[in-house]
Design a protein around this ligand. Structure first.
Ligand code: FES
Length: 61
């Protein structure tokens, strides 16, 4: 996975920033949105953000 890839162009949020939010304790799409701002503007990236949240939360045990 490319952690430098920008997932949310509105907020310039990368995959790595989503991972960091999950590592810091965010467990849901809403918590990641709060932590990173991803998906809070136009919403076009929400599907991809959600996939990443699912991916990283399933890794974080
Ligand atoms: S691309 Fe993420 S809110 Fe617009």
């Amino acid at each position: 996975m490319d952690l430098d890839k920008v997932v949310c162009s509105c907020m310039s949020v990368t995959s790595g920033m989503i991972k960091e939010a999950v590592d810091a304790g965010a467990r849901t799409l809403e918590e990641v949105q709060e932590a990173t701002g991803a998906g809070t503007v136009c919403g076009a990236c929400l599907d991809e953000v959600k996939v990443l949240v699912d991916h990283f939360t399933s890794e974080a045990h």
